[in-house]
Design a protein around this ligand. Structure first.
Ligand SMILES: CC(=O)SCCNC(=O)CCNC(=O)[C@H](O)C(C)(C)COP(=O)(O)OP(=O)(O)OC[C@H]1O[C@@H](n2cnc3c(N)ncnc32)[C@H](O)[C@@H]1OP(=O)(O)O
Ligand SMILES: CC(C)C(=O)C(=O)O
Length: 542
């Protein structure tokens, strides 16, 4: 591949199938590599580094199959600077429509001395020999001075110049151990641009690792100095902390086109699907807060942000989710959300609440969000439903302050309850029963002075997850009239108490409506006089 005619068109070299595969737990078989290679082609990458053919028979076959099947992108194979590696890569790539052999040899003092045990002169000779041998298979040769970022600048320039003379068409400058910082890395590229004879005839490439979380930043800094190929992987997978993430660099360039002025051939709408495909193939999940493709990348929870988003999405979004293949922005309801977002969700779920109903639901929602990590649509539905079925909307006479239940083998089930009355009194009592719920209902009856016949009692889970909400439905009969109520809570016993108390409140409200005329006084039998405590079970505190 020669230097692109458009000086601002970047070459995207994807190494998901080679360096990405070096990520522990990410090795892929033939079918998986083929599937990913087709996805990368559809995504629009320019070069697919398909593998390291000498590494294993399986990798050889994978590179060969990709070279045969995947047309359009250049297919590259990695080789050390030794004849066997290069010949194996040449063989694997023989049937490729467009092939590249990528030869590498470390140049830093640490690698020369401790790993390769070679002198600088031997390094130069081996690199030149390797490039020349690879040239017998293809004209498209990439040379990488491994650990370039820790190599003496003069020696690096010398090796690069000799590589260009030997026929390399791409000079890749790896930050193999993720040691560089942006200005430092930019300086290396600047130095090579000005000290390597013939550099203008080749493509300068960058290959950054993410050990310090700087792979994308370093790559961007190098691009500003004139590098025109960037090596990257889907989801940033790769050796150790991984490589420069393809989706991040591509979207950084696209979002800040005004700043970088560079383009790529990537169909950004396939970024998310490709990311998901890799996750599926490797089983390696993407962290939720991962840029571009993480589950939270386009999710907003804070009320102030959600309000801004509902008014104008650009207030808090610098990219459109659909541009990376995510269907839509998510306004996640949680403890930091506000009324605007709640109202929007309620409408989306098909409900219409007036301001006071919305306020009630909002209060209940905040209480729920304090207790629950995930608020699902079903949670909101359940809250709205319980609001809509909460009778007239008049403030309830009795409110549950606290309760405890005691049950177990060989224990007499009991409950202790504290109820708050509209007039400000808190009444506590306790009772025993056939089971904890029966004891709870009996205690509520004792406190409120209303005895009902329980006709039906049902509980069910209305949401999913460990912190799912339970819904309790209670049907009672009182003086020949039937009433039912439901309530939801993460605590199913609490939901039961709330539903039961709701039936009692409705009975009392009817009594008030029927009998209180023309004053607002509550009948004496409905007014608790003092704070009382009775029973043998422990008294709950509010
Ligand atoms: C920075 C990078 O990501 S480079 C790519 C790294 N990827 C991989 O290593 C994955 C695939 N690797 C493998 O399957 C194996 O390492 C193989 C098949 C390539 C080699 O296996 P082995 O022959 O058993 O050697 P081993 O991996 O233990 O050691 C590497 C040898 O290659 C030498 N070597 C390392 N890099 C190069 C190079 N660019 N050119 C020539 N020789 C090199 C080392 O000095 C060492 O040589 P030695 O045996 O004389 O000491
Ligand atoms: C082979 C080279 C490019 C490499 O993977 C590295 O240096 O990290």
């Amino acid at each position: 591949m020669s230097v692109p005619s458009d000086p601002n068109r970047l070459i995207i070299f994807d190494t998901t199938l080679r360096d990405g595969e070096q990520s522990p737990g990410c090795s892929m078989n033939l079918q998986e590599k083929l599937e990913m290679a087709h996805a990368l082609k559809a995504l629009g990458v320019d070069v697919i580094e398909a593998g390291f053919p000498i590494a294993s028979p399986g990798d050889f076959i994978s590179v060969q199959a990709i070279a045969r099947e995947v047309h359009g992108p250049v297919i590259a194979g990695l080789a050390r600077c030794n004849p066997a590696d290069i010949d194996r890569a040449g063989e694997a790539l023989r049937d490729a429509e467009r092939s590249r052999i990528h030869v590498f040899l470390a140049t830093s003092a640490i690698h020369r001395e401790f790993k390769l045990k070679m002198t600088p002169a031997e390094i130069v000779t081996r690199a030149v020999e390797g490039i020349k041998r690879a040239k017998q298979y293809t004209d498209d040769i990439e040379f990488s001075p491994e650990d370039a970022a820790r190599t003496e600048l003069d020696f690096l320039a010398e090796v690069c110049e000799r590589a260009v003379e030997a026929g390399a068409t791409t000079l890749n400058i790896p930050d193999t151990v993720g040691y560089a910082v942006p200005e430092h890395y930019a300086r290396i590229i600047r130095h090579l641009k000005t000290h390597v004879r013939g550099v203008e005839k080749v493509v300068l490439s960058v290959h950054c690792h993410n050990d310090l979380g700087l792979a994308v930043a370093n790559s961007l800094a190098a691009l500003q100095e004139g590098a025109r190929q960037v090596e990257c992987t889907i989801n940033g997978i790769g050796e150790r902390a991984g490589n420069c993430a393809l989706e991040e660099i591509v979207m950084a360039l696209r979002t800040r086109q005004d700043y970088f002025g560079l383009t790529t051939g990537i169909n950004t709408r396939l970024l998310f699907p490709t990311s998901r495909k890799l996750t599926h193939v490797t089983g390696m999940q993407v962290q939720r807060n991962k840029a571009i493709v993480g589950q939270n990348a386009f999710a907003h929870e804070a009320g102030i942000h959600q309000d801004g988003m509902l008014k104008e999405r650009s207030t808090y979004e610098i990219m459109k989710p659909e541009d990376v293949g995510i269907t839509k922005t998510e306004l996640v309801l949680g403890k930091h959300s506000g009324r605007h977002a709640l109202r929007s969700k309620v409408i989306e779920l098909g409900y219409h609440l007036d301001d006071s109903q919305l306020q009630q639901v909002f209060d209940a929602f905040k209480g729920l969000a304090d207790r629950k990590k995930h608020i699902y649509d079903a949670d909101i539905e359940a809250l709205v439903e319980s609001q809509l079925h909460a009778g007239t909307g008049t403030a309830p006479l009795w409110t549950l302050e606290a309760f405890t239940c005691n049950a177990g083998t060989g224990t007499l089930p009991s409950a202790a309850v504290a109820l708050w009355h509209q007039n400000g009194n808190i009444i506590r009592d306790s009772a025993t029963g056939d089971g904890p719920v029966d004891a709870l209902f009996k205690t509520i009856e004792r406190i409120t002075g209303i005895d009902v016949e329980l006709l039906d009692y049902r509980i069910r889970s209305v949401t999913v997850g460990e912190d799912a909400q339970g819904e309790a439905t209670v049907e009672v009969s009182y003086q020949g009239r039937k009433l039912s109520a439901r309530a939801v809570s993460t605590d199913i016993i609490e939901a039961s108490a709330l539903a039961f108390l709701e039936t009692i409140n409705r009975i009392l409200l009817r009594k008030v409506n029927d009998r209180l005329k023309p004053t607002d006084d509550v009948p004496q039998e409905l007014v608790p006089n003092t704070e009382t405590t009775a029973g043998t079970t422990p008294t709950p505190t509010a």
